[in-house]
Design a protein around this ligand. Structure first.
Ligand SMILES: [Zn+2]
Length: 314
């Protein structure tokens, strides 16, 4: 892309710098490592600090890579609102909507599938640096796919007078349960239709959008406006945030939705690691390269790699 176009997309996407909070991303990556079956469990457990530490790398990249933002969301309203008409195959989607549309309105589900194939290739090469780097990224994108507000143009309640709802849902509510949550171990069995599972996850997230918005409106009506916010002292000064009364009532009204999406994030992420490993032919995991002495793998350039998607489940 030309510099001018890149700059344009930076501006277009600048308002979409939202994600699960820093800590929820770290915890989702951590929990996924702990529910993997052997031998993946042993491998990832020995690198769990890397997986946590790099869980938010994709968010950091959004500041330097104009193509990154769209990988974190999909505004389904801009794709006709009907997921049945969306091609699973990225190149078919590109033909149908145009590459710029996919950058601006988001390409999260295709990006997850793409990263599973990157991970498969990394396993095939037994490249530990790449396996870890791509895994940490994949965990981030899978977690984003479980956030209803990552599937809608009203991603921060800005279209319905609910500005701020994004961090309320995905940062402040997880703070209430993250320390004690237990992730049930899912069944690990290779699913031929794993790409459908990725898309089903997006569909489920989107099905929660109206509930996420309407319940927050109920909280607004239930609590006097003077009690909506409070001020917290942070290292950077005083910060205005939702009051604990507000967060707790919203959490109560959501009735477990955020925990369930958190659990599902860790489970699907673990299952996709397993899928990539199976697709690679269940290679032995050797620590032959990198990371034994250092927790800093080299940067994996996955932006420009166009891989052949042998996954056309149309
Ligand atoms: Zn993100």
């Amino acid at each position: 892309m030309k510099p001018l176009i890149l700059a344009l997309f930076l501006i277009l996407n600048a308002h979409k710098l939202f994600a699960w909070g820093f800590e929820p991303h770290r915890r989702i990556n951590q929990q996924a490592c702990l529910i993997l079956p052997a031998p993946l469990f042993g491998f990832y457990k020995s690198h769990i600090s890397f997986m946590m530490q790099h869980a938010t790398d994709p968010d950091m990249r959004r500041y330097i890579d104009s193509l990154e933002a769209g990988r974190h969301y999909i505004d389904l309203e801009h794709f006709g609102g009907n997921m049945d008409s969306l091609p699973f195959n990225y190149y078919q989607a590109e033909n149908k909507y145009g590459p710029l549309h996919l950058i601006k309105e988001g390409n999260l589900p295709w990006n997850i599938v793409r990263n599973v194939y990157f991970l498969k290739n990394a396993f095939s090469e037994n490249n530990v640096d790449k396996i870890l780097k791509i895994s940490a990224d994949l965990g981030h994108y899978v977690a984003d796919a479980h956030v209803p507000l990552h599937t809608t143009q009203n991603y921060n309640g800005q279209l319905s007078g609910q500005h701020g709802i994004h961090s309320l849902w995905e940062t402040l509510i997880p703070d209430l349960f993250m320390d004690t949550i237990l992730i049930p171990v899912p069944k690990f069995e290779y699913q031929k239709n794993w790409i459908s599972t990725v898309w089903n996850c997006i569909e489920k997230s989107h099905s929660h959008v109206n509930t996420v918005l309407s319940l927050e409106l109920q909280v607004r009506l239930a609590i006097p406006e003077s009690n909506w916010y409070e001020f917290q002292q942070t290292n950077n000064g005083v910060k205005k945030t939702y009051s604990s009364e507000y967060v707790k009532l919203y959490h109560q009204k959501l009735n477990g939705m955020v925990e369930n999406r958190f659990i599902a994030s860790a489970q699907l992420f673990a299952q996709l690691i397993y899928t990539a490993w199976i697709l690679a032919g269940e290679p032995e995991l050797e620590e032959s390269q990198g990371l034994k002495n250092s927790e800093e793998p080299s940067t994996v350039e996955n932006n420009s790699n166009r891989i052949e998607l042998d996954c056309d489940h149309q």
